[in-house]
Structures are given as structure tokens and as C-alpha cells.
Write a protein that binds this ligand. Structure first.
Ligand SMILES: Cc1cc2nc3c(=O)[nH]c(=O)nc-3n(C[C@H](O)[C@H](O)[C@H](O)COP(=O)(O)OP(=O)(O)OC[C@H]3O[C@@H](n4cnc5c(N)ncnc54)[C@H](O)[C@@H]3O)c2cc1C
Length: 473
């Protein structure tokens, strides 16, 4: 094992991957330098991704619930949106968390340099600081954690504040009367949900046949039904062919078999068509690092690149581009540097779409099983049979298990419904611990909670769910 206290490592990029790596390296006794242009560690996730979007989605959910409350005999007045205060709330959340990571970095004695790093060679970085100065620094090992940025479609590039990417949308400059979201992936749907709740008429255009391509269709269906109500329109199988700025907005042209209006004017357009890895780090050509297809840095299971001194983690090494994947990779890379016998080989990386209802899945999906021609059994528990879902008046959800018919091992879990993002953690644990459907069915879950739907979906597998009656054949 390497003597870690003698190691000096640099981490380029202080997102959830980079700062998790830096903090663990410090805990293991290494000397650590963390470099990022922001004032504090946080990266995309804390500054302009997961955290601000979830703060706004929380408010959006409150607005929607307040409207719905009249069905329960409680009527609230129309919400008045104070956009400056809402922006302030979101900024406070970001400042609190990034201030916290800054403090923790100091406590751990991580040297934090506000600036950008370029490679001079495999172990030397040139760091250009935000204060204008620059310096060359040598390290034993370097971890690339430079993350990703919104993908840009050249045909949709217009230099106007009316065209936004996710960062612009999170800035919350105003509430446009009409907003077009280009891309039916999770970022577009989450931000579309926020703007719809604030009062925008939101339209979504997606070039494939369904929202959230990649997610199981039966999970997407309840969300689709809800989105049809909160959005002005959802255009599937439709491509945006051009955008043009006019005095009153952006004129967008569409093409596709289902197009009703080939052109429409929108106050603002949010383009969220995926993300690109930040692998064009200056001087990377001076190292042996190789960039693979789609621009991702190539790494092995220890997250080591083709250059033995350089590791890479997070969005810059590949899908799924998610914060928790980045953090786990960061910690694995550092352990590998420390000489521990480790590999990044998860059985399940959960994915959560924080819309309302939420969608969450982990492990094998039914769609993936079908694609791979793999025989699986699927057990579904409808939330209409969940006492807790009924008390919440949210019965549109569903919990499903993907089970190996031979071993009865749980291979995948999918959930759609309120709070699915919290519930999926049990599924991840089940998959990682190689739980059998019986293990879940025999685990006593608290009543009345939505977590019971996980237990009862396992009971459905055995045909013995307490709250689902299946007539004997
Ligand atoms: C709107 C939105 C919502 C999201 N919601 C979620 C969610 O709910 N859950 C989830 O898991 N994921 C979510 N994500 C994705 C998540 O933000 C990313 O997966 C995650 O931030 C990746 O972490 P990372 O450490 O790889 O890099 P990043 O967070 O991208 O951080 C990389 C950092 O490196 C810096 N950097 C780049 N080049 C250099 C250089 N040369 N020198 C120094 N620093 C450099 C960048 O400025 C950045 O600060 C969301 C993303 C967006 C945009």
C-alpha cells in the first residue's frame, strides 16, 4: 500500500465528484490541492444544477398542492409570485451549501485555489487564478473532475437572453408568458415544471416518440398525464428546425409528422438537449490521457486514465451524468491512488426525475431487459392500493420490481409517484445486497407509508399482496 501521507494530489474541478475526492484524500492523510473557478467547492450540482433546481421545484410543488387543496376543502388565494424573493431563496440555498463545502475544505486543510488548471505535463499543472496571477504546481497524482456543460445545437444558437440553457433558466430573470422547452429529458421537464407553476405557459418539444427517452414507459405514463395538464402542449416526434428573434419573442419552426403549427412565437426558449463533457482541458495533449467517443476521458475501473499519473471521474468520464455517480467515482479514484483494492462496479446507480410525480429507477429496467432479450418477471404494485397514497390524494403512482425468474433476485426497481426519489434508496440497497423478492416481502415496513409499496410489490410477485386481489386462475 502507498504511504498516503507523502502523496500530493491535485483535483481539477470542485463539483460533487471533485470535492468528494479531495475531502476523502485529505481524510486519508494526503496533501490536497483543489482547483475550481468558483469561490467555493460545489460545481454544477450546487451552483447551477441539482440544488437550485430542487429548491425551485420545492416551491413549484407547494404552488401546485395549494391549487389542489380546494378538493380537500381548503381554498387558498391565487399565489402571488415575488420573483426577486424567490431568486433570493434559491441563492441563499446555494450560498449556504457552497459556503459549507468551503468551510469543510478549510477544516480538512485542503488547499483551495480559485482558478483554472491546464496541463504542462502529466504531473505539472499551470493554474491561472481568478485574481489574474498564475503558477506552475507539481503533483504525484492528478484527478480530472471537470464535469460537463450544456450541449449546444448550432441551429438553435441565438445571442439573446430570450434563448436560455439550464443555467439561464435557473437564473430566474423573469417569468415569461410563454416558454418553449426544447428537449423532453429530465432537466427540461424539471425546469418546465418550475416555470409552469410560476405561471408560464410551457410547451415541450421532443424529437423522439416519448418524454424521458430511456425510462420505462409505464413509469413515464402517469407523469405524462400530469404534464398534459400543467403544460400548454407536449410535441413528440417533433424537431425544432430553426429559431429567429423578433421584437416580441423567438419564432420557432417545427417539423415532424404530428406538427400542427409549423411556426410559433415564444417569449423565451429553454434548450436542454443533453450535456457535453469538459474534456478539452488545455495541455491535455502533453499527457497520455485518451479521449474516447462522445468526448469522455477514457478510464479503467479504478478511474485511472491511460496516463498512470492521471485519474478522471464524474461527468467527464461518462454516463450517467449524475452527482452521486461522480462522488462515488471520486472516492473510488482516491482509494485507488491510496493503494486500496477497489473498483467502481456498482450494481445500481439510481436515477431520479424530480418532477411531480417523481420517477426513480435503479438497476435493470424493463425496457433494458426487453432490449437485451433477457427473461425477467415484473411485479407491479399500483398506488391506488396504498393507504398512504390515498391519504395524500396521490394514487397515480406505481412501484415495480424487475426480478430474475430463476433466482428470484431483485435486478431492478422502478417507482413513479410522489417522493419516488426518496423511496428508491431501498431498491438500490436491495440490488446491491443481492436481495431476493422474499427478503423484501418479509421486511416489515412502517404503516402507513409509501415505502410499503416496495414490500407489497414483492408480495405481488408471489401473488400474495395484502391489498391487491388477484382472482385465482
Ligand atoms: C439543471 C440541472 C439539474 C441537475 N439535477 C441533478 C440531480 O437532481 N441529481 C443529480 O444527480 N444530478 C443532477 N444534475 C447533474 C449534476 O449536476 C452533475 O452530474 C454533477 O454536477 C457532475 O459532477 P462533476 O463533479 O463531474 O462535475 P461538475 O459538477 O460539472 O463540476 C465540474 C467543475 O469543474 C470546473 N472546471 C472545468 N474545467 C476546469 C479547469 N480547467 N480548471 C478548474 N476547474 C475546472 C467547472 O467549472 C465545475 O465547477 C443536474 C444538472 C443540471 C444542469
Amino acid at each position: 500500500m502507498t504511504e498516503t501521507s507523502s502523496l500530493h494530489i491535485a483535483v481539477i474541478g470542485a463539483g460533487p465528484g471533485g470535492y468528494a475526492a479531495a475531502f476523502l484524500a485529505a481524510d486519508l492523510g494526503m496533501k490536497v490541492t483543489l482547483i475550481d473557478p468558483e469561490a467555493n467547492p460545489g460545481g454544477v450540482c450546487l451552483y447551477r444544477g441539482c440544488i437550485p433546481s430542487k429548491a425551485l421545484l420545492h416551491v413549484a410543488k407547494l404552488i401546485e398542492e395549494s391549487k389542489h387543496a380546494k378538493n380537500w376543502g381548503v381554498e387558498f388565494a391565487e399565489p402571488k409570485i415575488d420573483i426577486a424573493r424567490l431568486r433570493g431563496f434559491k441563492e441563499n440555498v446555494v450560498n449556504k451549501l457552497t459556503g459549507g463545502t468551503g468551510q469543510i475544505a478549510k477544516l480538512r486543510k485542503v488547499e483551495y485555489i480559485q482558478g483554472r488548471a491546464a496541463f504542462e505535463n502529466s504531473t505539472t499543472l499551470k493554474v491561472s487564478k481568478t485574481d489574474g496571477s498564475s503558477q506552475s504546481l507539481g503533483f504525484d497524482k492528478i484527478v480530472i473532475a471537470t464535469g460537463s456543460r450544456p450541449a449546444v445545437i448550432p441551429a438553435l444558437k441565438l445571442n439573446t437572453p430570450r434563448m436560455m440553457d439550464s443555467t439561464g433558466a435557473l437564473n430566474l430573470e423573469d417569468v415569461p408568458k410563454t416558454l418553449l422547452v426544447v428537449g423532453g429529458g429530465y432537466i427540461g421537464l424539471e425546469l418546465g415544471t418550475v416555470y409552469a407553476a410560476l405561471g408560464s405557459k410551457v410547451s415541450v418539444v421532443e424529437m423522439t416518440a416519448g418524454l424521458l427517452p430511456g425510462a420505462d414507459r409505464d413509469l413515464v405514463l402517469p407523469l405524462y398525464k400530469r404534464m398534459e395538464k400543467i403544460f400548454d402542449s407536449i410535441m413528440l416526434n417533433t424537431t425544432v428546425t430553426g429559431v429567429k428573434e423578433e421584437t416580441n419573442g423567438i419564432r420557432v419552426s417545427f417539423s415532424g409528422p404530428e406538427v400542427k403549427e409549423p411556426e410559433k412565437l415564444f417569449d423565451k426558449v429553454l434548450v436542454s438537449v443533453g450535456r457535453k463533457p469538459n474534456s478539452e482541458i488545455p495541455g491535455l495533449e502533453n499527457t497520455q490521457v485518451k479521449i474516447g467517443q462522445r468526448g469522455f476521458v477514457q478510464v479503467n475501473k479504478q478511474l485511472q486514465s491511460d496516463d498512470p499519473a492521471i485519474y478522471a471521474i464524474g461527468d467527464v468520464v461518462g454516463e450517467p451524468m449524475l452527482a452521486h455517480k461522480a462522488s462515488h467515482e471520486g472516492r473510488t479514484a482516491v482509494e485507488a491512488i491510496a493503494g486500496h483494492k477497489v473498483a467502481f462496479e456498482p450494481n445500481a446507480i439510481p436515477a431520479v426525475v424530480f418532477t411531480d410525480p417523481e420517477i426513480a429507477w435503479a438497476g435493470l429496467t424493463e425496457t433494458q431487459a426487453q432490449k437485451e432479450g433477457r427473461t425477467v418477471k415484473v411485479a407491479k404494485f399500483p398506488w391506488g392500493a396504498s393507504g398512504r397514497a390515498v391519504t395524500l390524494d396521490r394514487t397515480e403512482g406505481m412501484t415495480k420490481l424487475i426480478i430474475d425468474p430463476e433466482t428470484e433476485r431483485v435486478l431492478g426497481v422502478g417507482i413513479v409517484g410522489s417522493g419516488a426519489g426518496e423511496l428508491i434508496a431501498e431498491g438500490v440497497l436491495a440490488i446491491e445486497m443481492a436481495a431476493l423478492a422474499k427478503d423484501i416481502a418479509l421486511t416489515i415496513h412502517p404503516h402507513p407509508t409509501l415505502s410499503e409499496t416496495v414490500m407489497e410489490s414483492a408480495e405481488v410477485f408471489f401473488g400474495t399482496s395484502t391489498h391487491v386481489y388477484r382472482p385465482k386462475r
